[in-house]
Design a protein around this ligand. Sequence first.
Ligand SMILES: [Zn+2]
Length: 133
Amino acid sequence: MKAKTLIFGCSDVRLQNAVEEMIKRQDIKPYCQIFIPGSVKVLFDKNESIKDFFITQLVFLCKKFSVEQIIFIGHEGCNAYGIKNRAYEKTVQIKDINNAEQLIRNVIPTIKITRLWGILNPAKNTIVELQTI
Ligand SMILES: [Zn+2]
């Protein structure tokens, strides 16, 4: 079975509605998913065995299900990053997403990458929008 898309995002519950809406709106099915606190942060974990495990899983899913596109999702107010300054937080996460993109392109050069950034509405304590970055 093929899954054209792999969604790689943070497991933060506040992302759930926005991600589900995007999947519905873009009719992304079937899809593979990796949801882990901090999203791609785990691919650069200081612990080599953790890092290697997740890179292996990512490559496995892409190859096993002939994934054509990966959607990387970062978001504001990510507890896994724990960075208070919003601008700096975004810079750090985008750098990790860029590195994740490079990492997977080294294995699958033709893969399409989409990068999304979740905007947090603190009043509602939820992600209200996913912007392309
Ligand atoms: Zn998060």
